[in-house]
Design a protein around this ligand. Sequence first.
Ligand code: XMP
Length: 259
Amino acid sequence: MKGFRERLSSLSSERQSRIVLALDISNPNTDKLRRDVKDLLTRTAESIVALKINYHLILPFSKKEITEIITLAHSHNLEVIADLKLNDIAPTNINVTSFLWEVGFDAVIANPIAGFSGGLDVVLKDAHLNGKGVIVLVYMSNSGATETYGLTVLSHGKESRLYEEFLRRALSWGADGVVVGGTQLDVLRAVSEIVADRADIFSPGIGVQGGSAKEVVEAGANYLIVGRSVVGAADPPRAATEIRSDSWIVQQKGTRSLP
Ligand code: XMP
């Protein structure tokens, strides 16, 4: 069975795309919302490699409706990522991921703050047994992220940055991917040098939050998480095609170790 990273990478080469579409739309009329989701998904599918679904859709929709959307995404060969920033004790986490796998999600985004033992350990093990992926937050894209992810911390008597500790853990846990905001190019370059090809780098914050698709890929991102620049565009398929071609460039990955 091919794992999440392998499936995503094959499709990325085939479609020459790095776009993970964040389907962040909302509407109190859930019938209309369902139609809009399916329409956006169908019209942009050829330019993207995955869908990222979060609370915008998971909260209003029923299990059946979510399954329908994921089935439609799979019919276009897309991977589907649940952006829940999972952050709890193991039994709660596993309860959430069991639901996610049952409705067809292929990967989940998790917060490393919960730690491994009794937190994310079972999530990683269970995901990999089921051919699913786990993507760990390393540095978020919002401006306030410097207040936490950028903190200097003392680890085993040595100073480092909190995001470096998250990265160290994500790699040692065998995470499939890490999230680093596309608004933090220096961090992205540093992370990319360390990660090399041990995990994929997913970068949100493109367009509306200020990140440039091309610069973010040059800095080392494998995949771009894009929401409003596509879903809020006057012509979403065209916006997706433009970002796809801007970001389809070859990268050099480094081999630096963590201090
Ligand atoms: P926009 O509209 O800014 O949407 O393109 C970005 C999408 O990505 C999510 N987001 C993040 N997800 N780590 C994540 O796991 C982050 O640092 C991060 N920043 C933004 C956001 O919820 C939206 O779906």
